[in-house]
Design a protein around this ligand. Structure first.
Ligand code: AMP
Ligand code: MG
Length: 355
């Protein structure tokens, strides 16, 4: 068969479920043989390998340059597969799986010994999710193995929301990419520790803590950890600075009017220095601010739209080689929590609060 390829990475097209059978079968056979296949999910593109094949999983870490103690999310085709990978599963996990799977919720559970330490980062827990994407589900069913898959980007860069983004980072480093069009949610899944039945939010994402609290009938607190703490983080991911564009990003938080004033001041300051300034704004704010490099994420009140467009916008700034990015901050209700979590990580220490 004559598949297109880039630097030796096969590009398999699976945009239309009825015409994608060959592409899915090809991708599945690569996974079963221990290869690496990037595939679309509703959150971002994942870089998949057979989760029970330690050597294949090691290949993911090598391709991404990912720290080996940062465990991977294992993707399954249906909730019934939970029991072959996890044990002592509390009833709350079944409730959440029933409500949110397929969907952007990852459940951390006690792992079974069959799951190799390469996949769990040496922890005794395993992270599981059923993705809500027709190509991902078809691939998981056809491969008939659980598939470990972190985001399909080089470690530390913004996650990929299209096959193009995957190839920009990983062409020649992975066997294939399954192109299923752009990812709809645009930020990674919510990661929730539910081992003892008490929900603990490890990473905000596509399912909000309000939705989880509603289903369980109890609060869903967020894990807190800072670098100077003596105990290890509740999730290894908390200690890594993710999601960063190449240029330094300044995030301005506060009331919209004051935020806009500060964004203008910063733009003027950097432009006077001769910098190429990228502005990351809502549609409302972009109407009020003039600049050559503007990325509009969406309506200020629609955190889902803002989040869906975030990573592609950061990658365009990378391509334009801007010297600095100034980003507007948003409220943390609903999907705003995941959006602001990614923006704060992208900003590192450059978060500016205005009155
Ligand atoms: P990524 O695959 O790049 O979206 O990242 C997966 C996230 O889930 C990382 O932040 C991991 O640290 C976290 N994670 C995966 N497995 C576990 C686990 N067993 N316990 C706690 N956090 C986990
Ligand atoms: Mg990632």
């Amino acid at each position: 068969m004559d598949w297109p390829n880039e630097l030796g990475t096969l590009i398999l097209t699976a945009r239309n479920p009825t015409e994608s059978g060959d592409a899915i079968r090809c991708a599945a056979s690569i996974l079963r043989a221990g290869g690496l296949v990037a595939f679309p999910t509703e959150t971002v593109y994942g870089l998949g390998a057979d989760a029970l094949n330690a050597k294949a999983v090691a290949g993911i870490f090598a391709a991404k340059g990912r720290p080996v103690d940062n465990p991977l999310i294992v993707h399954i085709a249906e909730a019934s597969q939970m029991e072959s990978l996890a044990q002592n599963i509390p009833p709350e996990a079944y409730l959440l799986a029933d409500k949110f799977w397929p969907g952007p919720l990852t459940l951390v559970l006690e792992s079974r010994p069959a799951v190799p330490p390469e996949t769990t980062g040496g922890l005794h827990s395993v992270a599981l999710r059923v993705p809500d994407h027709p190509a991902a589900l078809a691939l998981l069913k056809e491969a008939a193995v659980p598939v470990a898959a972190p985001s399909a980007n080089l470690s530390g860069t913004p996650s990929p929301t299209s096959a193009r983004h995957v190839l920009d980072d990983l062409a020649g480093r992975i066997d294939a990419v399954l192109d299923g069009g752009p990812s709809g949610v645009g930020v990674e899944s919510t990661v929730l520790d539910i081992r003892n039945g008490q929900p603990l939010l490890l990473r905000p994402g596509g399912v909000t803590p309000e939705e989880i609290a509603f289903i369980l009938g109890r609060e869903c607190p967020q894990a807190y950890w800072q670098e100077n703490m003596s105990e290890p983080p509740p999730s290894p991911g908390l200690k890594y600075g993710h999601y960063a564009p190449k240029a330094p990003l300044y995030l301005v938080r506060g009331q919209p009017g004051a935020v806009l004033d500060r964004v203008r001041e910063l733009r003027d300051y950097f432009q006077t220095r001769g910098d190429k300034v990228g502005l990351l704004l809502s549609r409302e704010s972009a109407g009020d601010i003039v600049s050559e490099y503007v990325e509009i994420l969406g309506d200020r009140k629609d955190a889902g739209e803002l989040a869906a467009n975030l990573y592609a916008a950061l990658r365009r700034f990378d391509q334009q080689n801007v010297d600095v990015i100034i980003a507007e901050g948003y409220g943390e209700e609903g999907m705003g929590l995941a959006l602001m979590n990614r923006l704060i990580k992208a900003a590192g220490s450059r978060v500016i609060d205005v009155e």
